[in-house]
Design a protein around this ligand. Structure first.
Ligand SMILES: C[S@@+](CC[C@H](N)C(=O)[O-])C[C@H]1O[C@@H](n2cnc3c(N)ncnc32)[C@H](O)[C@@H]1O
Length: 251
């Protein structure tokens, strides 16, 4: 798949289209805490921090400084303006060459970033360098062998196929990290509360703040939204899909 640059278009609707409810934020905070050591403070790295959806939460929950590393100038600017925290710093950089000293973080979070990283072996080595021995990496990503049943995806022609092409199977992700010296931890589906009705979810989708749309022709996107309007009218309910999280340990 061609690379997606969040400075082009995705930065525009991201904050509105990908906003989390308080209940979803709390579910993620619990999921992260369950996978990290009980000691406080913990120094964190939020890799691909975007608009800072999670960065202040990590500082508040785990009590230490958190560095958000983000290549997109426009995503970073929103984080600086709207997701400030006294213990958070947002810095430019990419996973493949992290602007951080060796062993400077106790944990790392990479939330829906891994599929955008071009040189994943280099990124896995860099994460190994900047996390301290004993550190934990939380990798939120989709996996081709565990694709979520997204309520909207099959309304778009080739939607499921495009989604699958963005990701790798668990064995490939695990292999990249193990080759870089990481110890395998676990894979789990985190249950999340729904974020409002289907109509509200459709309004968020219409911001097109989801990179899967960057790989679809305009006509297919329009056809998909027309189909979704029909489905929402027929079944307004509240969709929810779990989020897959992988855990690795730095020996
Ligand atoms: C789907 S957004 C996720 C942002 C944030 N983690 C969140 O959950 O809201 C993906 C982010 O990864 C960033 N990104 C893309 N390539 C990257 C790379 N090589 N290293 C670090 N971040 C990258 C993008 O600029 C974008 O902000």
């Amino acid at each position: 798949m061609r690379p997606v640059d969040y400075d082009d278009r995705l930065h525009r609707g991201y904050a509105a289209g990908r906003a989390l409810s308080d209940a979803q934020r709390a579910a993620w905070a619990r999921a992260f805490a369950a996978r990290l050591p009980a000691a406080r403070p913990l120094r964190g790295l939020d890799l691909g921090s975007g608009t800072g959806r999670f960065t202040p939460l990590l500082a508040a929950e785990f009590g230490g400084p958190v560095t958000g590393v983000e290549p997109s100038r426009r995503m970073r600017a929103q984080a600086v303006a709207h997701a400030a925290h006294p213990r958070v710093a947002y810095v430019p950089g990419r996973a493949e060459a992290l602007p951080l000293p060796d062993a400077s973080a106790d944990f790392g979070l990479s939330f829906l970033v891994w599929h955008h990283v071009r040189d994943r072996p280099a990124a896995a080595r860099e994460l190994h360098r900047v996390l301290r021995p004993g550190g934990t990496l939380l990798l939120r990503t989709e996996l081709t062998d565990r694709l979520p049943d997204l309520w909207y995806i099959d309304a778009f022609p080739r939607g499921r196929e495009i989604l699958a092409a963005l990701y790798e199977p668990l064995s490939a992700v695990r292999g990249t990290f193990e080759a870089a010296g990481w110890e395998w931890g676990s894979v789990a589906e985190v249950a999340l509360p729904p974020a409002g009705t289907r109509a509200e979810a459709l309004a968020r989708l219409r911001t097109r703040a989801f990179s899967v749309f960057e790989h679809m022709p305009e006509a297919d996107i329009e056809a998909g939204f027309a189909e979704l309007e029909r489905r929402v009218a027929a079944a307004p309910g509240a969709p929810a899909a779990p989020g897959t999280v992988l855990t690795f340990r730095r020996p």
